[in-house]
Design a protein around this ligand. Structure first.
Ligand SMILES: Cc1cc2nc3c(=O)[nH]c(=O)nc-3n(C[C@H](O)[C@H](O)[C@H](O)COP(=O)(O)OP(=O)(O)OC[C@H]3O[C@@H](n4cnc5c(N)ncnc54)[C@H](O)[C@@H]3O)c2cc1C
Length: 424
């Protein structure tokens, strides 16, 4: 098999017929959603082109990419994309630290660059093409599909590509689905900053094997902060802020940057460290998933349909799930002409709407409404009553059975105590 390079997998230089030929699907955006959509469609035998505006996935390596093992199994992802494994979860509140210990590994921190490169490579392996360094500019609807205009970022040269369908996988900006001036549904906004740093071995050893989250005003503002391990001596340190009124990117970045730097300076207690990369991204999701999923031969996936979970900002797994679901309906359309995309939207909303609404509700309370004491009390309750597996089930899989049972038991005990008191 041809060895694929990070920079440009297939360029126009080697593929002059690209502008003349008709694609089944042009996928815009090489994130987890776009990569999985093109991988899946290419596997199904469709003629696919994946387009990414950056020349290399190293240039927007923004995601912390912490997760359990399940997405690796669900999407048949190789160990080579794993940056580190974790078995403990720590929540550091303003006053106290709560530590859940796992006896075995419970999940991974993925190397985001390698994940996206892997999905692009898989697209090519299954007969698709990938174009790096080309930015989507606009679309024109035609009788048999769309004409997509792309700009080569390095030279400002533009090209036009014909396709039956296009996929909007541009993430929170939804560049393809909505024209620049078009109104979008109301969005909840957030923003995150992360530093990739190299630390001394002794410091790394204190933070390896753990996902560490910060809650409360000392180490986070209207959101949460984190320290995740990567390969030896490398840590990801970041802060996310949510439910902000407007994204003044510079101002928000200043806040999340200053918290990140405070954690590095004061919490890590490292004498020496080296910043390898500073990155970040924005979050824009519609609280009721009222997004447009399909319009004028464009199908949206991933963050472009608010697939990200609003409580923890876990988005990679759901970006890939939405891409997988959408690719079934795109394949059906390409094979039979049946445009059953309303069903795609219905199915996704049936699966996620209630869970996402509950997540948005609990996230909003935890990040924006609770005082430090209230945060501390909630986490203390969890720490007392929940094992690490219970915590993972509720944080990553939205299984709340144990929580509901414990809250019920607690309320019952409290009520019996009050009744007894009443009698004496
Ligand atoms: C700081 C931060 C930390 C996070 N941590 C985690 C985590 O720990 N775990 C987790 O599961 N999720 C995490 N997320 C969320 C997760 O990264 C996203 O939900 C996920 O990446 C969404 O995938 P996507 O493919 O829909 O969009 P994206 O990953 O945003 O991909 C969109 C792609 O489209 C490209 N693009 C945009 N415009 C154009 C254009 N005009 N032309 C061509 N290409 C274009 C972009 O360059 C980008 O590569 C985090 C997010 C942030 C910001």
């Amino acid at each position: 098999m041809k060895k694929l390079k990070t920079k440009e997998v297939y360029s126009l230089k080697g593929n002059r017929g690209m502008q003349e030929s008709m694609y089944d699907v042009v996928v815009i955006g090489g994130g987890p959603a776009g990569g999985q959509a093109s991988r899946s469609l290419a596997k199904k035998g469709h003629k696919v082109l994946l387009v990414e505006k950056h020349e290399s996935f190293a240039l927007n390596n923004f995601s912390s990419a912490g997760m359990t093992f399940e997405p690796l199994k669900e999407f048949d992802l190789p160990d080579s994309i794993v940056g580190a494994y974790w078995k403990d979860i720590i929540i550091q509140c303003t006053k106290k630290k709560y530590h859940w210990k796992g006896e075995t590994n419970k999940g991974v921190v993925v190397d985001f660059q390698k994940l996206r490169q892997f999905l692009a490579d898989e697209t090519v392996k299954h007969g698709g093409s990938v174009l790096m360094g080309y930015k989507y500019i606009k679309k024109e609807v035609t009788d048999n599909g769309l004409i997509i205009e792309l700009l080569k970022t390095a030279t400002s040269e533009t090209i036009k590509i014909k396709t039956k369908l296009a996929v909007d996988a541009t993430g929170p900006l939804r560049k393809v689905m909505y024209d620049t001036k078009e109104e979008q549904p109301q969005m909840v906004l957030g923003s995150g900053t992360e530093y990739l740093i190299e630390v001394e071995q002794e410091v790394y050893d204190r933070f390896k094997d753990k996902l560490l989250f910060f809650l409360g005003h000392k180490w986070s503002i209207k959101g949460y902060s984190w320290i995740f391990p990567m390969e030896n001596r490398i840590l990801k340190v970041g802060a996310g802020k949510t439910h902000i009124k407007s994204i003044d990117q510079e101002k928000t970045n200043q806040t999340t940057r200053s918290i990140t730097e405070k954690i590095i300076e004061e919490y890590l207690q490292t004498k020496e460290y080296r910043i390898i990369d500073k990155h970040g991204g924005i979050l824009r999701y519609n609280a009721g998933i009222k997004d447009r999923f399909y319009y004028d031969n464009v199908v949206a996936v991933g963050d472009a349909i608010s697939a990200i979970n609003p409580r923890g900002g876990e988005g990679i797994r759901y970006a890939m799930q939405s891409a997988e679901l959408a690719s079934n309906y795109m394949s059906e359309y390409l094979n039979t002409g049946n445009a059953n995309f309303a069903e795609y939207r219905k199915k996704w909303r049936q699966k996620k709407l209630l869970k996402w609404k509950l997540s948005e509700f609990s996230g909003r309370r935890m990040y924006s409404r609770y005082t430090d004491n209230q945060v501390e009390n909630r986490i203390q309750f969890f720490h007392k009553n929940f094992s690490i597996d219970d915590l993972i089930a509720s944080l990553f899989n939205f299984k709340y059975n144990k929580l509901f049972t414990r809250v019920f038991q607690y309320s019952f005990l409290k009520l019996s105590f009050l009744l007894k008191k009443e009698r004496f």
